[in-house]
Design a protein around this ligand. Sequence first.
Ligand code: AMP
Ligand code: ZN
Length: 312
Amino acid sequence: MSAVSSSSPVVDPKGAYRDELIAAGLLISTGVDGIYGRSARFEQVVDALQDSITRMTTPDKPELMRFPPLLSRKDFLDSGYLKGFPHLAGTVHCFCGNEADHRRLLECVEEGKDWSDMQEAAEVVVTPAACYPIYPIVARRGPLPAEGLLVDVSSYCFRHEPSIDPCRMQMFRMRENVRIGTAEQVLAFREDWLKRGFAWVEKLELPVAIDLANDPFFGRAGKLMAVGQIDQQLKFEMLVPVTSEENPTACVSCNYHITHFSEIWPLRDQNGEMAHTSCVAFGIERITLALFRHHGFDIDSWPAGVRAELWP
Ligand code: AMP
Ligand code: ZN
């Protein structure tokens, strides 16, 4: 099994598929690479995918949590995200000055000068992955029940990776199921999702392959982290060719964090042991783009089996 990296090079160097999507009125250009408006036809597929995932996961009785796409700055710093991914993080800064500062701010803007030193870091950052808000919240509840916990979470997420590849957005929706419990419970969840996730993508009649992967950790130290992640087989991706046959796009990820989050927050199982965590993450825009790529821009002429899965 060969390893792929989430930091793979731009696979649509001329942005041809993006141009097609914009010309067809599926995505709406904002002038910023990786930030798009979505049309009614695009959202029709997004809603159907969300519903299909809900139908698939409802029997597991997950606890549903929804958050706005912001995370407490303290929780974000505690999570260690800046150690691994300083280049992807999006922070929020706000003006907190007085009227004189305000005049200075406007002067800077007027003169095209840097005005960012008049901005202070807010108490929030932009959510980098849908599951991040839940770990400290679950930890605050106290020890887990014997059966552990399963959470259904979904959010727009931000990653500063501007690209003309439409599959690499700066803001995109991630739907996740997160399992928190004993090592046995969490590993069983992951094994199950490697099969279920794959079977679901196959039902959408998309050509899918599963592969071991690593996250795009920053810098030289990051290379070692990536090697460790591969060695321990902590991340699997379901890959579908969208903008390139040679570099297929990760549409669904299965991550196993071992006790990473319970070393930061006191997530404990019933016996007081550190809880293990794992998540399955569906990249909603990427799956939508894969469907348009493989089945065409006219939803009405998609294969009957795909339509039956999405609009039963
Ligand atoms: P990750 O946390 O990197 O495993 O991401 C979870 C899922 O989100 C991936 O499997 C992708 O489907 C999706 N995803 C990650 N990065 C992006 C991006 N820049 N644009 C769109 N979707 C993304
Ligand atoms: Zn996650």
